[in-house]
Design a protein around this ligand. Sequence first.
Ligand code: UD1
Length: 344
Amino acid sequence: MRVLLTGVTGYIGSHAAVEVLAAGHDVVGIDDLSASIIDTRHAIERTAGRKIEFHELDLRDAKGVECILAHADVDAILHFAGRKFVGESVADPIRYYSRNVTASVNLLAAAERHGINNIVFSSSCTVYGDAAELPVTEHSPISPVSPYGKTKAVVEGLLEDLCHAQEATRALALRYFNPIGAHPSGLIGEIPWGTPNNLVPYVMQVASGQRAVLSVFGDDYDTPDGTCIRDYVHVVDIAKAHVLALDAVGRNQFGNRDGFGALNLGTGQGHSVLEVLDACRAATRRPIPHHVVARRPGDAAVIYADPSRAANELGWRAQHDLVTMCADHWNFTRNNAERQASAS
Ligand code: UD1
C-alpha cells in the first residue's frame, strides 16, 4: 500500500511511519513543521532504512491538500496532524478548531474526491472526559471537557457520518491513553516545545538537569498513594497498532455496519505519578527531585483503559512495561539533548 501520514514528523506520526515502512508499505508524509522539525524526517528514514515522500503543508490550505491528494495515489490515510494541549485549547479554542477540525474537513473532502476510502484517525481517551466508569470501554459516554477533547470528538463524529453516507468509506478512530517512550534506536521520540505539559517529558528534563524539580500535582486523591493514576503505553506499541488498523480497515473487519469503529489503545493497567517517578529514577539512575503542589484543575483521579476490543478486533496488545517505556524515553532524551534544548 501507499499510505498518507499527516503529522508525519510529530511524536506518534514519526513512530507510525517507521512501523508502516517496516511492514513494507510506502509512506507519503505531510507536516507543516509548526510543532516538529524536519530532522525527524531523516531520522524516520535512517531508522527504517527507506525513503519517504515528504510535503511541508498546513492542512488548512485546502488547495494544497487537494493538489497533494490528486497526485499522491495513496490507498489509505493515517491522520495524526493536530494540536494536543488541553490548556492551550482552553485559551485559544478558535486555533484548536481550526487546526484540528478545519484541517480534517479539508483532508477528508479531498480524500472523498479522490476515492481514498480507508482512514485511521489519531484520537484520544480525552473524548471520554471524566470517565464515569473504570476501566474505560468504547461504550463509555463520549463527554469531552476541553476544546481539545471536543475537537477530537467532532472529527470522530464526522468520520462516522462519512462512513454512514458512503458505503465504500471505512474509518477507525484509535483512542490513545498516555503514550510515552521512544523508538529503541534513540533516533526518534518526543521533542517537547517549550515547557512540557505532560508528566514523563517533564520528568526527563529534570533527570537531564534542564529543570530543577518535578511538581507533583496533588497527593490527596482517593488512590493508594494519593497521586493520580493513568494508563501509560509505549509509543512503539501505539505505532504498531496503526499497521494492524490499516489491514483492518482494508478488510472492513471491525466497527459497526457503516464501517466506523473506535478502539482504546492502552495497557489496561494504571500507574500513579509516584510509580512513574520511581520507574524513571530506576531507568535513568538519577535522583529526580520532586515536591508536591496543588492539584491541576481538570485532572481526574484515575483513568485506565479496557483494551480488550483492540485485542479482539486487531489482535493488538501493548508489549512494553513501565520501566522499559521510561528507559526508552530517557535514551532518546539523552541522545537528543541539543535538539531538545533548541526547542525549549
Ligand atoms: C493529558 C491531557 C490529555 C491528553 C494527554 C496526552 C490534560 C488535562 N489532559 O493527559 O487530554 O490526551 O495528556 O498524553 O492535560 N503531572 C504532574 N506533574 C507534571 C505533569 C503531570 O504531577 O508536571 C500529573 C498529572 O496531574 C496527571 C499525570 O501526571 O495526573 C499525567 O499527566 P499528563 O502527562 O499531563 O497526562 P494527562 O493529564 O493524563
